[in-house]
Design a protein around this ligand. Structure first.
Ligand SMILES: Cc1cc2nc3c(=O)[nH]c(=O)nc-3n(C[C@H](O)[C@H](O)[C@H](O)COP(=O)(O)OP(=O)(O)OC[C@H]3O[C@@H](n4cnc5c(N)ncnc54)[C@H](O)[C@@H]3O)c2cc1C
Length: 598
């Protein structure tokens, strides 16, 4: 029997946020327990859109591109059909603006994948590391409060048994309806919009291809329909129905919205089919197998805090919002990754527990902005419910239509999500008298300007490794070098000598127990590669690393960029002192000194 190791973290809830946290912590060698009160794993598509920022984090979780596309597909265009027959396409467009294709961005569009499939991939990765989700185990209460290690009361439902578990850290990943928030006494601020409902189901369908996200009806597109077919619209009955492909086969997410939809009356597969025929006019499309039906109700809320001593909230337990924009699960995953590596450093006594405070200070502003974005999009989509716009929308079929209520600009990819102004990032290039962009008013934590700053997302780049690293097969990228368990220090020597004192100095400030180093050589470099233990060398073949990291010329000949385990360049240093300052901010002066003495 495997040896039982005391968990350092109890994760309550095995949805996407709990699973990602568990996996990331296990990749950091932190022992965890992950429980879920349900007797079986959930079925149902729910979140279907995985955004580019999330997709690129998958390599850190050990999920390959092949695994993503085995079950997922690049998000389809949306196609809207004209009533009453529902066969003529009046508009086909990208509902989310794609990112520009370049070496720094490995994924330009979201991928559609059913949430239950995604969760099963995460569970299999977790099981490969020896950790299984404990089903049928419910958190009932937490006995103590304050800064003491929490004592959790767990109910094993099948055996009707109570277990008391004392654990250093407890993370509530128990969703919007979970108990953790209440047990931590954290208010959930916001509103419930009872009138805003959506019927959702998973259906296998005959009679339509999976090339588009198909939409019929006159709710989200009331204005469009009205101006083309004024006589066909009965504004008292505006509603719309969509079929969104869920991967490669004939399975779709059925989405029904509209103020006159009687959700209580729609309970069976037959009800959904009839309503679909009524709105779409497409009697040739039939549902074969309806595996899951639910009703979403408008609930837009944000927890006042994400931490209470040694207890944390991640995912929907801390924020819930409209599914419009496909941000919820993606935000939840970034929560989990932001918290995980910090918990690992503290658990291993490399950093002071105060590092954990930066989870809330980094994530809350991002989440608040996401909530505003999704609520605004939700209102745009829902605003036609009591009538129509006065202005006719463009009618021509188009690839980009930013006027469509369903359209999402490129920042929905989350590629610009940043932690500028975080207390643990440091940029030696910005003098103390200059205010970093992240600290001013009107700052966006969803958009970042073109100049890379500490706290932004690390850009990817194509590299050739010298000498070749056997473990990095296939096209070699900067991202393939990053790991979930260490900082990566990118040293850009520019055109100056690898023998220069300034270059060699950097290595004296690296805490090797928690960091690895990569020297990024300019593409034209012909310097002889020195042997430096723990350090790799890569050549910037396309020149994009130097350009995208904004380094390597003039005063910036020598720059070290410290990329955190969550893919954020937390520090820009132009001197060995700058590198030390970054790590002292992160680990505390004593923590850094201790690591350097190892
Ligand atoms: C219709 C719909 C469409 C959506 N589309 C998108 C999309 O396209 N993109 C996107 O990013 N997001 C989308 N979302 C949001 C996404 O589904 C959620 O953000 C995501 O599920 C949150 O994950 P989570 O792990 O935080 O919580 P959940 O998935 O809610 O998981 C919480 C888990 O905790 C368990 N639990 C609760 N209480 C306890 C307890 N006391 N003890 C033990 N276990 C407990 C529950 O059983 C559950 O398994 C959509 C949501 C809906 C409803």
């Amino acid at each position: 029997m495997a040896e039982q190791v005391e968990p350092a973290v109890l994760i309550v809830g095995a949805g996407p946020s709990g699973l990602v946290l568990a996996l990331h912590l296990r990749l950091n060698n932190v022992p965890v327990r992950i429980i879920d009160k349900q007797p079986e794993f959930s079925i149902g598509s729910r979140a279907t859109l995985i955004q580019p920022r999330t997709l690129e984090q998958f390599s850190l979780l050990g999920i390959t591109r092949e695994e993503i596309f085995e079950s997922g597909v690049v998000a389809h265009q949306m196609r809207i059909y004209a009533p009453p027959a529902g066969t003529t396409a009046v508009k086909t467009f990208n509902f989310q603006e794609p990112l520009e294709s370049r070496p720094s961005v490995p994924f330009t569009q979201p991928v559609t994948m059913s949430q239950d499939i995604f969760e099963s991939i995460l569970r299999s990765k977790l099981e490969a590391l020896g950790t299984k989700v404990e089903l049928g185990v419910e958190l009932k209460s937490i006995l103590n409060i304050g800064d003491e290690p929490p004592v959790a009361e767990l109910h094993h439902i099948k055996e009707n048994r109570t277990e008391m578990l004392k654990v250093p850290y407890l993370v509530g990943a128990d969703g919007a309806k979970g108990v953790c928030r209440q047990l931590f006494s954290i208010p959930f601020l916001g509103e419930t919009r009872e009138a805003d409902k959506m019927k959702i189901a998973d259906v296998e369908t005959d009679g339509i291809t999976n090339e588009f996200w198909h939409m019929w009806g006159s709710f989200a597109t009331a204005a469009l329909d009205f101006f083309i077919f004024p006589s066909s619209i009965d504004l008292k009955h505006v509603s719309s129905v969509g079929l969104k492909p869920l991967g490669h086969g004939n399975k779709f997410q059925y989405q029904l919205v509209g103020p006159k939809v009687n959700h209580e009356a729609l309970q069976t597969a037959e009800d959904l089919q009839n309503e679909f025929w009524e709105i779409s006019g497409r009697k040739d499309i039939t549902f074969k197998n309806v595996t899951w039906i639910t009703t979403w109700r408008g609930n837009m809320r944000l927890a006042q805090s994400l931490q209470s001593g040694r207890r944390f909230l991640i995912g929907d337990a801390g924020h819930c919002h409209s599914p419009a924009g496909g941000q919820g699960m993606n935000t939840s995953i970034l929560d989990a990754i932001n918290l995980s590596w910090k918990l690992a450093l503290v658990h291993n006594h490399h950093a002071s527990p105060s590092l954990l405070d930066s989870y809330e200070s980094e994530r809350l502003p991002v989440i608040a902005e996401m909530l505003d974005l999704t609520t605004a999009l939700h209102e745009k989509v829902w605003e036609n419910k009591n009538g129509i716009d006065s202005k006719p929308p463009p009618l021509e079929a188009t690839k980009e239509d930013s006027t469509d209520p369903m359209y999402r600009p490129k920042h929905f990819s989350q590629i610009g999500v940043n932690y500028r102004g975080s207390p643990i990032v440091f940029d030696e290039r910005v003098s103390s008298s200059q205010e970093s962009e992240g600290e001013g008013s009107g700052t966006s934590f969803y958009h970042s300007s073109t100049t890379l700053q500490a706290g932004d997302r690390a850009p990817d780049a194509e590299l050739t490794f010298t000498p070749e690293i056997p473990s990095l097969k296939g096209p070699q990228t900067l991202f393939s070098f990053f790991t979930p368990h260490s900082h990566t220090i990118l040293i850009f020597p520019g055109t100056s000598s690898l023998k220069s004192e300034k270059f060699v100095d950097f290595f004296s400030a690296i805490p090797w127990a928690i960091a690895q180093a990569l020297v990024v050589l300019p593409k034209e470099s012909e310097e002889e590669i020195p042997i430096i233990s723990g350090c790799q060398f890569g050549k910037d073949v396309a020149g994009s690393a130097y350009a995208d990291y904004g380094v390597g010329s003039g005063a910036w000949e020598h720059t070290a960029v410290v990329v955190r385990p969550d893919g954020i360049p937390g520090g820009f240093a132009k001197s060995v002192g700058g590198l030390k300052t970054y790590f002292e901010k992160l680990l505390g002066v004593d923590g850094y000194r201790m690591l350097m003495s190892l």
